[in-house]
Design a protein around this ligand. Structure first.
Ligand SMILES: [Ca+2]
Length: 124
């Protein structure tokens, strides 16, 4: 589920493994990143044993604001992130670690690069 919108329904016998399909999609939520699926408020992995009826809910987190002003995350943040990957712009002189500390490592691989730019752009 995403909010109160039911996206899909599956039937799994108790005791069997449920694997979240790779194409199992969550809705776009402007300004937020999909973080994980949860059941009863707890994050779940992509594969788990089913013991009772459950509802998966998408959990999101707000996009990190890179430009520190009072405006919401926007295409301007995407542009400065893209510029950073070419070592130009307002963040051009920052280290990878400084960009990670700003929350720009959106895929959590320890590097701030074009993949993070794409993820940001898809979520803004
Ligand atoms: Ca990254």
């Amino acid at each position: 589920m995403n909010g109160n919108k039911e996206l899909d329904r599956y039937s799994v016998e108790s005791g069997n493994v449920f694997r979240i399909p790779e194409n199992f999609d969550h809705s776009y939520k402007r300004g937020y990143l999909f973080e994980c699926w949860t059941s009863n408020g707890k994050p779940v992995g992509n594969v788990f044993v089913v013991n009772k009826n459950f509802t998966l809910r998408a959990q999101y987190k707000a996009l990190p604001k890179l430009i520190e002003d009072d405006k919401p995350a926007s295409i301007r943040d995407v542009i400065v992130l893209l510029q950073y990957t070419s070592k130009v712009g307002v963040f051009g002189n920052l280290s990878n670690e400084e960009m990670v500390a700003k929350g720009a490592d959106l895929d959590g691989d320890g590097k701030v690069d074009i993949v993070d730019v794409i993820i940001y752009l898809k979520s803004v």
